[in-house]
Design a protein around this ligand. Structure first.
Ligand code: 5GP
Ligand code: MN
Length: 337
């Protein structure tokens, strides 16, 4: 997983107290925030000065993770974050593979930052910005990869219940509760260890998935009513307009997972959701597939995005209607199979 040079460098580096920044991708999900906070709690125990610096706000459904109150938001507290980065000896970037995934603002700041980076990630085609790149697409989550990373550096003894809770959360969210293809025997063995460490697994599932608001369910209902099926292409997509979001008092995280409903239709193996964001002047898109169809490549080729073979995202800077038209046109033109 790690070559001997990288391992030696990190082992030696972490031996004496350092200042370390840990960064998730913009719009962090359970895996991004879980891996950052998991690493944070380990490095704290080693007496480093550590901060998690998130590009923007994290959603409510993961706000209970231990030490979220210590997270600094780059787009809100630029000066504090910049000062911390300037004073850092090392910068970890977790759950992303290219600096622009930290968003325009933080991404361009990081591109100019002359500090050694360590990438820990499981997305396809990592960029080459890090001194140490630990990238393995065979892992279903960065959190599972982080667990192995800690093991390799002999830091497993620092995986206490807080760390375990963070890692467990990322594994659950990125594996769709242990059902996506990259859920292996090893995944379950890691999870078994985490439960033995005292992770309250039923409570975590409940906090992740059973804390919806009434409005959020209504928003899901709206998306389901707007679902369009293209049976000849075994494709289904839906959308939410800014008005839909406003009507149901959209909160960050409310649209998480809606894209998967498309795949639950018999015969559908490709699903998409288009979400209008007037404030950011773009359409945020999520793609999911089951089986061979590579949505990472699809998102990269047509929608300024990327991700994994079966789960990817992208953006569009034309109107919602035009974006959907473009999507339908592409679907008609490519032979998906
Ligand atoms: P989601 O659809 O849940 O936002 O993202 C699915 C996967 O694709 C995640 O692993 C996420 O990190 C990645 N992803 C989402 N949006 C983008 C994007 O705009 N660019 C890239 N490169 N990856 C994305
Ligand atoms: Mn991930």
């Amino acid at each position: 997983m790690m070559n001997t040079n990288d391992k030696a460098f990190l082992t030696q580096f972490l031996e004496t107290p350092k200042q370390i920044a840990i960064i998730p991708h913009r719009n962090p999900d359970g895996d991004a925030l879980g891996s950052c906070l998991g690493l944070y709690h380990v490095l704290k125990q080693l007496n480093h000065t550590v901060k998690v610096l998130a590009p923007n706000e994290f959603p409510e459904f993961i706000s209970w993770l231990p030490a979220t109150n210590e997270i600094l938001i780059f787009e809100k507290n630029f000066d504090t974050c910049a000062a911390f980065l300037q004073g850092s000896d090392l910068v970890f970037t977790l759950d992303f593979n290219a600096l622009h995934r930290a968003g325009d603002q933080m991404g361009s700041y990081l591109e100019k930052l002359r500090k050694p980076f360590v990438m820990i990630d499981h997305h396809q085609m990592p960029d080459n910005y890090a001194k140490v790149t630990i990238s393995d697409t065979s892992f279903g989550s960065t959190c599972e990869l982080l667990y192995r990373f800690l093991q390799e550096l002999n830091l497993q003894k620092y995986i206490n219940v807080e760390v375990a809770t963070c890692i467990y959360t990322g594994i659950v969210t990125d594996s769709g509760s242990f059902k996506f293809v990259k859920t292996t025997g090893d995944t379950h063995r890691v999870v078994a260890e985490l439960i033995d460490l005292g992770v309250d697994n039923p409570k975590i599932h409940s906090m992740l998935f059973n804390t919806s608001s009434y409005n959020q369910l209504q928003l899901v209902g709206r998306a389901l009513q707007q679902l369009k099926v293209l049976p000849n292409h075994s494709t289904a997509y839906t959308y939410l307009t800014q008005d839909d979001l406003n009507q149901f008092h959209y909160q960050k995280g409310d649209t998480e997972g809606i894209v998967n409903y498309g795949l639950s239709i018999k015969g559908i193996d490709f699903a998409a959701i288009f979400i209008e964001n007037k404030e950011e002047g773009m359409i945020k898109i999520s793609f999911r597939s089951e089986g061979e169809f590579d949505v990472n490549e699809f998102a990269r080729t047509f929608f300024n995005g990327g991700g994994h073979i079966n789960a990817a995202g992208g953006k569009s800077f034309i109107s919602l209607q035009e974006t959907i038209l473009k999507f339908e046109t592409i679907i008609n033109e490519i032979n998906k199979q």
